[in-house]
Ligand binder design. Sequence first.
Ligand code: NAD
Length: 247
Amino acid sequence: SNSAPTGEAYLVIGGCGFLGRHIVDALIKRGESNVSVFDIVQRHFDDNITFFTGDLANIEDIAGAIKKSGAKIVIHTASPPHGLAADIYEKVNVVGTHNVIEACQDAGVPKLVYTSSASVIYSGTENLINADERIPYAGVPLDAYNDTKARAEAAVLAANGKDGLLTCALRPSGIFGPGDRQAIMGFHAVVKNGQTKFQIGDNTNLFDWTYVANVAHAHLLAADKLGVTYPVLVLHEPLAPVDLSLG
Ligand code: NAD
């Protein structure tokens, strides 16, 4: 269910991407009237949205957009896709995310929500079952993408409470739904190339997928609730395991 509009100014970084566009849609749908997008390319057009085109890795680009948008809530969901050279992740995820943090603090932005990834705690060697935020980052990261997502996330979390900025990070696992630019194309490619005769582990492995509109909704909730204090809930025991077996 959609919450009521806050009337605040929002900037969605990566707002022309798969998830970013669903976040923008969710904001517009709940009646927000002040929504801006920052992206390196413009892929959709809407008179109700202010678009800024620029490169996150360039501090002037992102600082200018944050100032001009007047954003009180910045949602940072930009990242290069999987499968590129290591230096592009370093530039966009690490340098770019530091730029976002610095620009938010300079402009007096009160809230920053970052899209991290579930794989920041996955090294590819052990199963993660009922994993939560108490699990440390992977000692040996899976690849440059995951390494830089983890370091970007750590920088965002370390900035929480500094210079008037509140931050949080969300770690989606696989995301599916309309506008996906990676998963379905990958599935098609393995079928087309006849690469379907493989088995992972004993063939009972599970992987989490979340519908994109639900991931977008989680970002709105995170932005809404950031800074709201609840009674502290201390979990002494791990949550009871959930039986996910099929059939
Ligand atoms: P996407 O590629 O569809 O969207 C990313 C957007 O960022 C694109 O519009 C792209 O143009 C923009 N961008 C890239 N480099 C930029 C730069 N230098 N400056 C400005 N904009 C730039 O990807 P997505 O699937 O929507 O992923 C969104 C976020 O969610 C990413 O941070 C990703 O790491 C994270 N994530 C995605 C998945 C998934 O399954 N898709 C899973 C876990 C986490």
